[in-house]
Design a protein around this ligand. Sequence first.
Ligand SMILES: C[S@@+](CC[C@H](N)C(=O)[O-])C[C@H]1O[C@@H](n2cnc3c(N)ncnc32)[C@H](O)[C@@H]1O
Length: 250
Amino acid sequence: MYTATNPYYTARVRSASIQPTGRRHVWAKLPEVPITSSPVPHLTSLYHFNGAGPYGSRKWPGNCGGNLIKDLLLYFQPTGIVCDPFAGSGTCKEVCDELKLPCMSFDIHTGFDACDPEGFSRSPLFDLIWSHPPYWRMKEYSRDRRDLSRCPTLEAFLIRYAQFFRNCFASLNAGGKLCVLMGDYFDRDGGYIPLVYHTKRLAFAAGFKQHCTDIIRFSHGASSGKKTYTSSFIPSLHDVVAVFEKPMKI
Ligand SMILES: C[S@@+](CC[C@H](N)C(=O)[O-])C[C@H]1O[C@@H](n2cnc3c(N)ncnc32)[C@H](O)[C@@H]1O
């Protein structure tokens, strides 16, 4: 609890500003960033870009800011086609249009199933896949029974999610990158669901290796941050981008 009498929090409270909602806004000091030859020096394992960028629609449930996708594309500089198989409001495609990168983006709302056992049929090979799948049933996206957010059990979700990784592996060029934005959450019946762990497990099982550090995306702007809960729990304020690579030699 933040109280002026609790010495542990005194320094933090002093550096806190008050948001218009009356809640405290704590400024964290981030570690120093080493100098590297990265074309995107501000892209580190802690992603705290405050603005989402003018891409896609913030009204789309689960929409993610385009600035993160843009930074990843500027860093990896794909020379071939980019793919977004969980396109939602088309955020990735709009970033690619701005960067003049060829992009194919699909969604269950346009009749495309990223977990189809037949794979991404008739698709060419991609250089980079950006993907932001449903966090199982945290939010329901459509009435389509193939929608990942409609899987009735965690087991059913993981079977379909595993197929998604196999599809990505088959559709990427050797050395191609797969970036997956995923978060853990507390399910109403299932308890705490470690979806980031399952993401890695299933990606490795499909043949991917991890390419670089995880990127912890701060959940600025999440609606849960504005809620008041009567229960006690440790709030999760982030989700994770895991970056995988299809090995050059299989
Ligand atoms: C987290 S949202 C992605 C939001 C998107 N990144 C944006 O910025 O708007 C997940 C998306 O996955 C789609 N989806 C769910 N199951 C799918 C499936 N099996 N194949 C393709 N898309 C699916 C949903 O319709 C939803 O738009």
